[in-house]
Design a protein around this ligand. Structure first.
Ligand code: UDP
Length: 239
């Protein structure tokens, strides 16, 4: 029996590091294929998918050169790195028959469409995956904040933050075997317990606009689909 998804439209936040796999930097082919495979599973359930991708995997390679650089210039480089990841993701999606569009917050018209809210909404309604590149387009921000903003603008039902760990734990599960995963947490509990779900700006935006966040591991096979089907996977941070 096929199950109905719990969400009609999602915003998936992937950090650049998610694409690295076990490599030290860059994009690992089998890792990106694994991630795209999971995205395909939920698109096939009829879920509309927007993605904000980070740039840490690419920018790390130049970060030593960037140290001592003007912060805004380094941040623009970081945003360009996210566009590279967005293009790689789109390419990998095309190979498995998913139709994706890249919209960039910085104008790069030869390689990506500019971000236009109405157009992005239309693509989502058509079942196309929309990958939002270049973060917010502003230095001094992060792609977590971009994910919160785009998620709100796209009226998504939930923000899914993909991490290496399968949720938020009472302690670092790698160091403490007794650490327990929270199934759910309120925004206030996360703040009170000093649990870093995402950066403070992004977190405050989600809390204020009542955009719930699910933290889960993209490296766990089938986890994205289980999240979308409302199964016990990851940690839900809610109002
Ligand atoms: N960045 C920025 N403004 C944004 C989003 C990103 O200036 O709105 C820059 C910033 O330098 C950041 C880099 O792009 O370090 C990559 O983004 P992020 O660190 O969020 O990527 P992730 O760690 O998720 O891979």
């Amino acid at each position: 029996m096929s199950q109905a998804p719990s969400y009609k439209r999602i915003l998936l936040k992937l950090s650049g590091e998610a694409l690295m796999g076990d490599d030290n930097y860059g994009i690992n082919r089998s890792t990106i294929e694994q991630i795209v495979g999971q995205i395909k599973e939920v698109v096939e359930l009829g879920v509309q998918v927007g993605i904000v991708i980070g740039g840490g995997n690419i920018f790390r390679g130049v970060s030593s050169a960037a140290s001592g650089m003007d912060r805004a210039t380094a941040d623009y480089m970081g945003m360009m790195a996210t566009v590279m990841n967005a293009l790689a993701l789109k390419d990998a999606m095309g190979k498995v028959g998913l139709i994706a569009r890249v919209q960039s917050a910085l104008t790069m018209q030869q390689i990506a469409e500019p971000y236009v809210r109405g157009k992005a909404m239309q693509y989502l309604e058509e079942g196309k995956v929309v990958i939002f590149g270049a973060g917010t387009g502003n230095p001094f921000f992060t792609t977590d904040t971009a994910a919160a903003l785009r998620g709100m603008e796209m009226n998504v039902d939930i923000m899914l933050k993909a991490t290496k760990v399968d949720g938020v734990y009472t302690d670092d599960p790698k160091k403490n075997p007794d650490a327990v995963r929270y199934q759910t947490l309120t925004f206030d509990e996360a703040i009170g317990r000093n649990l870093k779900v995402m950066d403070a700006t992004a977190f405050a935006l989600c809390r204020d606009q009542h955009l719930n966040i699910k933290v889960f591991s993209i490296f766990k096979q089938g986890a994205l689909k289980r999240v979308v089907l409302g199964e016990d996977e990851g940690t839900l941070v809610h109002c």
